[in-house]
Design a protein around this ligand. Structure first.
Ligand code: HEM
Length: 350
């Protein structure tokens, strides 16, 4: 985490501690708890230290219970309830805003000081619009579920994940634009691999959106075998919905079928592209290194995907989370490779 992000995170935690203290002061005062303000501030600010707040709540409740068990119980219930409201309702919104500010404040700062080129102004503006859209999408996504039912529409989940990848992708591209890494000269004909790499990037984006569909529809639970689905390559019930297009977005096992085979096409395609580009001898040192990263990451991601389908029942959280994280690295890797083949990237070695 960069010092700037660390500061933002810490500032967020302090603001949360303040909000928690104030909320506890109000509740304790209403309940007429002796030394309510003192206890409220102690509980609020110990949230800055892991587990310390829970310990303080227990300590304060026990102390008060020694005087009057009823007051002790009241404080315990009130402190836990207020903590839950702050954790579940306020914290996610606040963190979202901090991320938004982390983007907007530096952008405005550099913009007003005239430090941005025309291109960076446009990209910075797009990045901020994307972050704001992502915030709105997060709110809309939670509205579709998570309140009474811990489920979210798979369309909204896919839109939210795709936006998150877009925010990351644009920020990463801007960073690559600023990268001054030295490189050996590359043959101009290497550019011929760019349209292929862009094509695979589009396929990767579709694969990521389908990953969100699989996750949102819980389509990974069932047919936990690979390469066959059960005893068949294409089980009978698949693609049975009408109209036919619905199978691509509404039928969970058809969606799983698409995700597993699109992943297979992706790995074979990227391995083929890598092999061809490597054998051609046209790539510079930087382009070769970035291409090797793509090959390594897509291989790991494919194996993780297969492991997820085989073992998701046992590892319901850890495997999907790692699978999603490596998808992000792969996305970054492929963008890096495409960037090194772009006119700006090609200039580096000159
Ligand atoms: C190689 C390229 C692949 C990419 C980029 C990719 C990407 C993703 C992404 C982004 C998700 C969403 C994770 C989440 O939101 O929790 C996902 C979910 C999933 N993927 Fe893949 N995947 C790939 C290959 C595969 C393969 C080959 C399989 C199976 C053979 C597979 C099985 C799954 C399963 C079962 C889930 C759902 C996990 C859950 O329930 O949360 N993936 N994938």
């Amino acid at each position: 985490m960069s010092p700037c992000v660390q500061r933002g995170y810490f500032a967020g935690q302090v603001v949360l501690a303040l909000i928690l203290s104030l909320a506890q002061i109000v509740v304790f005062t209403l309940l007429g708890i002796p030394y309510g303000v003192l206890f409220a501030v102690a509980i609020g600010f110990t949230t800055l230290v892991p587990y310390a707040s829970a310990l303080t709540i227990v300590l304060v409740s026990v102390l008060l219970a020694l005087e009057d068990p009823r007051t002790g119980l009241e404080v315990l219930a009130a402190a836990i309830s207020v903590g839950q409201v702050v954790d579940q309702v306020i914290q996610p919104r606040l963190m979202g805003r901090i991320v938004g500010l982390l983007c907007l404040v530096p952008f405005l700062w550099f913009l007003l000081r005239g430090k941005l080129s025309g291109e960076m102004k446009v990209k910075g503006l797009c990045l901020n619009i994307l972050v704001i859209t992502q915030g709105l999408m997060g709110w809309y996504m939670v509205k579709s579920g998570l309140v009474n039912v811990p489920e979210v529409s798979h369309y909204r989940l896919a839109a939210h994940l795709s936006l998150a990848f877009s925010v990351f992708g644009l920020a990463w591209w801007m960073l690559l634009d600023l990268d001054k890494e030295q490189d050996s000269p590359s043959d101009h004909n290497a550019v011929s691999y760019r349209p292929w790499a862009i094509g695979f990037l589009l396929l990767l984006c579709a694969q990521i959106a389908y990953g969100a569909f699989v996750s949102g529809m819980k389509a990974g639970y069932g047919f936990n075998t690979f390469p066959m689905m059960g005893d068949e390559w294409k089980p009978d019930g698949l693609f049975g919905l009408s109209p036919y297009w619905k199978n691509f977005v509404e039928d969970k096992f058809s969606v799983q079928f698409i995700h597993r085979w699109m992943g297979t096409i992706l790995i074979l395609g990227l391995l083929g592209l890598g092999w061809k580009a490597y054998r051609s001898g046209l790539l510079s040192i930087l382009q070769t290194r970035r291409m090797k990263w793509v090959i390594g990451l897509v291989s790991v991601q494919f194996l993780l995907g297969v492991s997820t389908i085989l073992l998701i029942v046992e590892y319901q959280v850890s495997l999907p989370v790692i699978h999603q994280l490596v998808a992000l690295f792969l996305f970054a890797g492929l963008l890096g490779f495409i960037h090194s083949l772009s006119p700006k990237g090609l200039e580096i070695g000159k």
